[in-house]
Write a protein that binds this ligand. Structure first.
Ligand SMILES: [Zn+2]
Ligand SMILES: [Zn+2]
Length: 286
């Protein structure tokens, strides 16, 4: 399993690869446009080509995945938000296509109180509208498991499975599991039996081969608190052995591991990105 980090595109797409290389990453995850802005982003062919060449020639970074903007909520009860979300998602998928990125991680959305069923139907309708705008892109949309706060859809495997089943003919859907979110949602992955049950449940309801990304984050929040607070590996509530188990789990062989831990420096001036990557590599290879 490749081990990577989320990096910034503020210095350009190629700089995001360089940031990953600097930390020893084998993969990076990026927002393909400024995350918290609705403004349109135009990617020139030159930028895209430069990025693709940079990735091809990178000594350490082998793969780049995208993460959707936090503004997108196809399940919103506000029509304007849904409309803007559809446009933004379509735009992001087309940017992925031009950059040659084939995995797009996305939070399913938040239903704001009127229920999961209606929310999921809105997501499916939204995906149809996105698809009408983009046509077939070959970009796989990996729905991320959530901690379940504030009406977030996707805190159970059943919800993720339902989205995948219903979007089957619309998009090429896949899954991203996030350890901190699973833990917050109440999946006690610290218990080996529960971890096994989780993987088997993913396999029976979704197909474990559809897990394309594993966000490996420790959690500041306790089990089942529905809180989403990421912590450095080994410093939170998730046992370090869980990360070893995941990295060595051959059933998750299609997945890329991405850290989304705080961007901080240790007192000795070494970035926690390098430290967390080093630690995960030692768990995987040790
Ligand atoms: Zn996410
Ligand atoms: Zn995540």
């Amino acid at each position: 399993m490749l081990i990577g980090i989320h990096t910034s595109i503020s210095g350009g797409y190629s700089a995001a690869i360089e940031e990953g290389e600097g930390a020893g990453a084998e993969a990076v995850q990026i927002f393909v446009r400024q995350n918290l802005s609705w403004n349109r982003k135009v990617v020139t062919e030159e930028e895209a080509e430069d990025f693709r060449r940079r990735l091809e020639t990178s000594v350490s970074v082998k793969k780049v995945v995208a993460h959707s903007s936090y503004l997108i909520n196809l399940a919103s009860d506000n029509r304007t938000t849904v409309k803007r979300s559809v446009s933004l998602m379509a735009e992001e998928l087309l940017i992925c296509k031009s950059l040659g990125i084939d995995i797009y991680v996305m939070h399913p959305g938040s239903h704001k109180g009127y229920g999961v069923e209606v929310g999921i139907q809105k997501i499916i309708d939204g995906l149809k509208n996105v698809r009408d705008k983009t046509g077939d892109t070959d970009v796989r949309v990996a729905f991320e498991t959530t901690a379940g706060s504030g009406g977030q859809i996707g805190s159970t495997l059943d919800e993720i499975a339902e989205i995948l089943t219903k979007s089957d003919k619309i998009i090429n859907a896949a899954v991203c599991i996030d350890t901190a979110h699973l833990f917050g949602a109440g999946y006690n992955i610290n218990d080996n039996t529960e971890y096994e049950r989780l993987i088997r449940e993913i396999d029976s309801k979704i197909g474990v081969g559809k897990v394309l990304v594993c966000h490996l984050n420790d959690s500041k929040a306790e089990l089942a608190t529905r809180k989403d607070r990421h912590e450095h590996i080994g410093k939170g509530k998730i046992d370090i052995s869980v990360f070893r188990t995941i990295l060595k789990d051959l059933r998750l062989g299609n997945a890329i591991a991405i850290l989304e831990t705080p961007k901080e420096m240790r007192e000795d001036g070494i970035s926690y990105d390098s430290i967390n990557i080093e630690l995960l590599k030692s768990l995987r290879d040790g």
